[in-house]
Design a protein around this ligand. Structure first.
Ligand SMILES: C[S@@+](CC[C@H](N)C(=O)[O-])C[C@H]1O[C@@H](n2cnc3c(N)ncnc32)[C@H](O)[C@@H]1O
Ligand SMILES: [Zn+2]
Length: 405
């Protein structure tokens, strides 16, 4: 069938990403000032900065496919111009079918054309309806998806219930959240409303954001008698991303809820502590180091936020491909793999050193010092100046002081 030109009444351009060629809005035509955020000005959404997010999604879904060894039925219910879903169909081996959808008529037209341009009409279906309606129509057992990728404007929460209902037992759910102001504690009330947990404006707020999103997923899944296992998550650019497998059954739900809890933080001395949801706040929220009143974040997810074996599978897939962002991707994967088993929260050297009035050492040198003293240390993808360690804030401060002598 000959490609039918879509009814596009706005400037476009052709781009290449991964292994696909896509027509997207010509972003430069939609901004009047350089400070304007072009993707949200264009009539159809496309954000080139999200290439990294999409690359990692391709790797994660391929790793998942290798893990489950079956053909995948994938849904991308908030697709914009369709680049993500089209990449899944083209770049992930073992994909039977992809359903992409957008409520915006122009996005639908453009995505349809992009599917034709990549000759994927037989395996990619394009829909034009509300994401929750589409997902609800796929909630019956035989209609469910193996993978659902929710990549919305802002928060994925409005789509969580219907995505959870539309996923097969053992299926993979991927979530993006770009509403970092609530999740990082700038708008705490909005975070409590949307995610059901209190955020905290600490130096490790990006990790808290990931844990709040996973916590929200775990509690929402539990309502549907499902448990979760987190395979991968990352915080990059202006967003966070989580990949989790959902397992049916009340026992699985109960088990994953055991990972919910709180993080107590002392803003005065930077002491922090995790606390299981069912345990009482033993010391009345007083910092055991300096006796200041501590603040808290949560309830949130205290379990693993990535799985080492899954990171290795993703690394293998990355090696097989020629991705434009290969160097950055490899670095992120190595770091996340190494911090999988590290303690919850991280220390940021600048923050510690400005508190004690010492020059900031390099992460590498401090890491060596801490290891020499027998502590476990890893860097963290959350922050280039961050370290995860079983050393306490007092022990780290003591070593920083020693280093300056
Ligand atoms: C961030 S964009 C998606 C970007 C895309 N996933 C990608 O990787 O390029 C979010 C999209 O969701 C669409 N959208 C918003 N609300 C929706 C709804 N209720 N149902 C379906 N689509 C919706 C918007 O039109 C927009 O295209
Ligand atoms: Zn304290």
């Amino acid at each position: 069938m000959k490609n039918q030109k879509p009814q596009i009444d706005f400037p476009t351009e052709t781009i290449e990403e991964g292994e696909v060629r896509i027509i997207v809005p010509k972003l430069s035509a939609f901004v009047e000032k350089p400070s304007e955020y072009a993707p949200s000005k264009a009539p159809v959404f496309y954000n080139p900065v999200m290439e990294l997010n999409r690359d990692l999604a391709v790797l994660a879904i391929q790793a998942y496919q290798k893990m489950v060894k079956r053909e995948l039925f994938i849904c991308e219910p908030l697709a914009g111009c369709g680049v993500r879903g089209i990449r899944f169909a083209k770049e992930v081996k073992g994909v039977r079918k992809v359903v992409i959808n957008d409520i915006n008529e122009k996005a639908y037209q453009l995505a349809k054309y992009n599917v034709q341009m990549n000759r994927l009409e037989k395996r990619v279906t394009v829909k034009n309806e509300d994401a929750n309606l589409l997902l609800a129509r796929h909630s019956a057992p035989r209609k469910r998806f193996d993978v659902i990728d929710i990549d919305p404007f802002g928060s994925p929460v409005p789509f969580l219930d219907s995505a959870i209902r539309a996923i097969k037992d053992g299926g993979l759910l991927a979530l993006t959240a770009t509403d970092m102001a609530p999740l990082c504690g700038v708008h705490p009330k909005a975070c409590i409303r949307k995610y059901g947990g209190k955020p905290l404006r600490t130096e490790y707020c990006h990790e808290l954001a990931v844990r709040l999103l996973i916590g929200c997923l775990a509690t929402t899944a539990a309502k549907h008698e499902m448990g979760i296992k987190v395979l991968f998550s990352h915080s990059t650019n202006h967003y966070i991303r989580v990949y989790a497998v959902l397992a049916h059954g009340a026992k699985n739900a109960d088990k994953s809820l055991q990972n919910m809890g709180y993080i107590l933080h002392c803003f005065y001395c930077l002491y922090r502590e995790t606390i299981n949801k069912n345990a009482a706040f033993g010391h009345g929220c007083k910092c055991p180091y300096c006796c200041s009143k501590m603040d808290f974040a949560g309830p949130l997810w205290l379990g693993n936020i990535a799985d080492k074996k899954f990171c290795v599978l993703m690394e293998r897939e990355a090696k097989k491909r020629k991705l434009r962002l290969e160097t950055r991707i490899r670095k992120i994967l190595t770091m996340i793999k190494d911090e999988c088993s590290a303690p919850t929260t991280y220390y940021v050297l600048d923050k510690i050193c400005s508190k004690i009035g010492m020059p900031t050492p390099s992460v590498k040198i401090l890491t060596e010092f801490l290891k020499e003293k027998g502590f476990k240390v890893s860097s963290t993808h959350f922050n280039p100046k961050g370290i995860k360690s079983n050393a306490s804030i007092r022990e780290i401060e003591a070593i920083v002081r020693q280093m300056a002598v």
